[in-house]
Design a binder for this molecule. Structure first.
Ligand SMILES: C[S@@+](CC[C@H](N)C(=O)[O-])C[C@H]1O[C@@H](n2cnc3c(N)ncnc32)[C@H](O)[C@@H]1O
Length: 277
């Protein structure tokens, strides 16, 4: 599988940028008074900050980072040069490529991809367009907020007839599906859940997956060095787990044969596992 991702054009930070972040950028972000920082972001009309204040770590802020083309000056700095937004774009590239290859690897047509906590489904939409084998997706979210945006994006990319948005709680996944999924995507969600919630969700998901079906999920590490900033200024509280820990949680629900793919900033791993028999 490692050859699947070898030619991805990742964004990197050079040694000078990393050193400047360590000695200057991160300490300022982490220790400047939070009220002052929020005031500056309000003054400069940061869309990333506004999206996070409305819904910390929600799909809108993720789309702003994924697209990487902000309009406001503060966002150009945060989204363009920030370690987490850059790593998010790397994660997007990695997850999209892995999903597209998993679709191509299937032994039948019209592969079914299930997306848990989908938001608008940017990654799945891209994977459907990149895969050579035909696939369709069921995108489940507890909030319908992102569905219109997702549909218009799918229409732009010519796959609107292959995506189905479903409003529901992924813990009740067995009640929401017509057909079993071949591939399950769970990107951008575990970091906002407790161990117990993850186990509940993956147990329910394992129950609807055939033996050998794939699951794609991600870990997050504190390598970005700005957790204090995210907590104090954006109100985002993420839970950091290493690959072994998260694989252990999925192992409890009957998953195994894991392969982990790190992005080059060391913040995210995208992991592929299989539903064991
Ligand atoms: C951070 S966003 C990630 C969106 C998308 N997966 C991505 O990577 O861009 C997390 C999404 O999970 C959804 N979510 C959280 N808990 C959920 C649950 N129990 N059932 C369904 N969706 C849930 C939220 O509504 C939100 O849209």
């Amino acid at each position: 599988m490692s050859e699947w991702v070898r030619d991805i054009d990742f964004e990197q930070h050079g040694p000078l940028k990393r050193a400047l972040k360590t000695v200057l950028g991160n300490p300022i972000a982490n220790y400047m008074p939070a009220g002052l920082m929020r005031g500056l972001l309000r003054l400069t009309e940061s869309e990333l900050a506004a999206a996070n204040w409305a819904d910390p770590g929600g799909w809108r802020s993720m789309v702003i980072s994924y697209e990487g083309k902000p309009r406001q000056i503060a966002d150009k700095l945060l989204v363009g040069a920030g370690t987490v937004p850059t790593a998010l774009r790397n994660r997007r590239r990695l997850a999209t490529r892995l999903l597209a290859r998993l679709i191509d690897q299937a032994d039948h047509d019209d592969v079914h991809v299930l997306c848990l906590g989908a938001g608008p489904g940017l990654i799945v939409i891209d994977a459907l367009t990149q895969a050579t084998r035909r696939a369709h997706a069921t995108l489940v979210d507890i909030s319908p907020d992102a569905f219109d945006y997702g549909c218009s994006l799918a229409a732009q990319k010519g796959v609107v007839d292959r995506v189905r948005y479903v409003l529901g709680d992924i813990r009740d996944i067995d009640e929401l599906l017509d057909t079993p999924p071949d591939i399950v995507k769970m990107i951008g969600i575990c970091e906002y859940l407790t161990d117990e919630q993850i186990i509940e969700i993956v147990q329910a998901t394992a129950g609807v997956m055939p033996r050998g079906a794939s699951i794609v999920f991600n870990t997050i590490s504190q390598a970005h060095g700005t957790d204090r900033f995210f907590r104090r200024v954006f109100g985002i509280h993420m839970t950091y787990r290493d690959v072994t820990h998260l694989q252990g949680l999925l192992g409890q629900a009957g998953f195994g044969n894991f392969a982990a793919f790190p992005e080059p900033l060391g913040v995210y791993n995208v992991v592929v596992g299989r539903r064991l028999g």
